[in-house]
Ligand binder design. Structure first.
Ligand SMILES: C[S@@+](CC[C@H](N)C(=O)[O-])C[C@H]1O[C@@H](n2cnc3c(N)ncnc32)[C@H](O)[C@@H]1O
Length: 337
């Protein structure tokens, strides 16, 4: 396995992202070696309810989920942004218990995440055939998904990662990834629900993205350290504050790095200097929180009409299942918002 991104691509993204009036960088840049480790620590925090809730749902309902998917056949599971695959192991275990042949294709931009997932699954579930791929799923159809090997396929996008995208972009990723899926194949989405769906309060959201231990702040600032390491930039991360905001109008959490002072940052690789006013921010992540209806619409637009949802009792998080009704379903529902 080798890295999916070239330094030149990162350089061009940084040049355009920091030249904009409202500075922004794409969230996949978080996941270098240090960022991947920091994200694993985030998933273990009390404050980060997303992983805890999704894990509970999968622990409790994996059997039921697998039963809806494929009655007694071979199962090919593809997961976008699989990370360490710890939660997915519950699903894979449930599938194995039903004596199915399970092939698991974790896809991730982070080489470290893939190495971690492979090592873990080799110990925990040696019966699963694991075929990892280091790839950027926004750029093209990941290679393993381009084959049409037959058998029943499941596409997973868990951890509410789809929330990092505008709905139309998320639909585009899903359509591309599932272009070779057939009638009966399934899509499983782990989604952090909009507060209006349950008892989640604004403060629960804020703490999840700005934990008292400061792990999420370190994760956010690591992006600057990555640019120092890989592009020869001279960011001083302590001169940028970590900020997590709930944007009520857009229904999303936002993470920012806010310059504490007026400062200039030179990026040697780009031979360019960027100016930051005091209080100016770099928008590093959006995390949309969706209503049940929005997820059902998204499933429809991706070509996998809604079948079922499993939620925690407080309705903070949901695991949604859609099933491809016909090969052309994705083309028929072309409305995008
Ligand atoms: C929020 S983490 C979720 C990890 C895991 N699915 C979970 O639920 O714990 C997002 C994962 O997606 C990966 N990722 C982010 N953007 C990606 C992209 N464009 N292509 C492939 N992987 C990506 C990251 O490396 C990271 O492992």
């Amino acid at each position: 396995m080798k890295s999916a991104v070239r330094q030149s691509e990162i350089g061009e993204l940084v040049r355009s992202g920091l030249s904009r009036k409202a500075k922004a960088l794409p969230p996949w840049l978080f996941y270098d070696t240090a960022g991947t480790e920091l994200f694993e620590r985030i998933t273990q925090l009390d404050a980060y309810y997303l992983t805890r809730k999704e894990r509970q749902i999968l622990l409790q309902h994996s059997g039921a989920i697998v039963d809806v998917c494929v009655p007694g056949t071979q199962w090919q599971v593809f997961e976008l942004g699989a990370g360490s695959a710890r939660k997915t192991a519950h699903l894979l275990r449930a599938a194995l218990e039903r004596q199915r042949i399970v092939e698991y294709h974790p896809l991730d931009i982070s080489l470290d995440a893939m190495l971690n997932a492979v090592e873990y699954l080799a110990q925990e579930l040696p019966e699963v055939k694991v075929c990892p791929e280091v790839t950027d799923y926004t750029q093209s159809q990941p290679r393993p998904l381009a084959s049409d090997a037959g058998g029943c396929k499941a596409l997973l996008w868990m951890g509410s990662s789809l929330g990092n995208y505008e709905q139309a972009e998320a639909v585009a990723v899903l359509r591309r990834a599932s272009a070779h899926f057939r009638t009966g194949d399934i899509l499983l989405l782990g989604v952090d629900l909009h507060p209006s769906e349950g008892s989640k309060q604004k403060q629960d959201l804020i703490v999840a993205y700005d934990d008292p231990e400061g792990v999420t702040a370190a994760f956010n600032r690591n992006l600057l350290l990555r640019l120092n390491r890989e592009l020869g930039a001279d960011f001083r991360p302590d001169q940028f504050a970590h900020r997590a905001d709930w944007n009520e109008a857009s229904g999303r959490m936002e993470m920012h790095l806010v310059s504490r002072i007026f400062q200039q940052v030179h990026v040697a690789e780009l031979e360019q200097t960027f100016v930051f006013q005091a209080g100016e921010s770099i928008h590093t992540e959006s995390s949309y929180k969706l209503t049940v209806q929005q997820v059902q619409e998204l499933l429809q637009q991706a070509g996998f009409p809604f079948v079922s949802v499993w939620m925690d009792p407080q309705r903070w998080f949901g695991v949604f299942l859609g099933r491809r009704s016909s090969p052309a379903a994705a083309d028929l529902s072309s409305t995008q918002r």
